[in-house]
Design a protein around this ligand. Sequence first.
Ligand code: NAD
Length: 296
Amino acid sequence: MNRTVAFIGLGHMGAPMAANLVRAGHRVVGHDLVPAALESAVAAGVLPAPSAAEAVTGADLVLSMLPAGRHVLGLYDEILPAARPGTLFVDCSTIDVADARTAHGRATAAGMRSLDAPVSGGVVGAEAGTLTFMAGGGEAEFAEALPLLDAMGGKAVHCGDAGAGQAAKICNNMILGVSMIAVSEAFVLAESLGLSHQALYDVASTASGQCWALSVNCPVPGPVPASPANRDYRPGFAASLMAKDLGLAANALRAGGIHAELGLRAAELYEQYAERAGSAEDFSGIVRTIRERSTE
Ligand code: NAD
């Protein structure tokens, strides 16, 4: 069934996601604060709205893809009064679990329905329509959103109640951040022991050290030709985004009183690394800072 969808936040991720909804036959009304972002989405068939509130008027579903929790909560305060009662709000941004639960609470208090549905897969996945969605909210809301999620992604997992999608996202990315540091440290140790990158890769990629950070996004050039290390660490998944996600994980660890030394340390290391690398380098480039520090 084709739906009328309001799409707010047409940046690197939102624009290609909205374009895939248009391709699937949905009527997509979009808004972004940056005129150039809105114009590029319009070129892909999105109908422009002069404000977010005007975009949601008459929409069956409202999708948002914004930088952080404060943007989502600010947006919800702006648009909830303008939406039809019962409209389904689906926030795909990566935000704090606590902010996601606050957003759900505000939406339901205003007579709306709500899901958090952050994504994995990056800009490449958004363009190809192969994102993985992890959703939090009710069964009925997930079922209603599913045809749209399927139009933008290859897989959607219903993780539980409000905030469970964000929880899955930050737990997954904490595993990824910690494992990338572990793999990078192992390669730098191998260098000091005279062990070649290829030899370590050949052993660990089929032994108990195997993980995505090693076998897909290998942080040294050579063993995995498609990994960002082979193109001078152009992203990929930018260091700044990993720092952001680990910061969200660290907030949740502290709030929950969880004794997770590696998760907290990984957040610190990526924050320092991202100050230098920003969005220009893939997160696997952290191997270079480990190497530099080791020879200081
Ligand atoms: P982006 O900065 O490119 O896009 C965000 C857009 O939101 C911007 O165009 C901005 O102008 C717009 N915006 C902000 N507040 C607004 C408002 N009130 N009304 C309308 N528009 C508003 O960011 P992105 O890379 O598209 O990422 C979006 C979200 O997706 C983030 O939470 C990010 O962590 C997450 N994410 C990104 C990636 C990635 O690879 N880029 C991967 C997975 C998840």
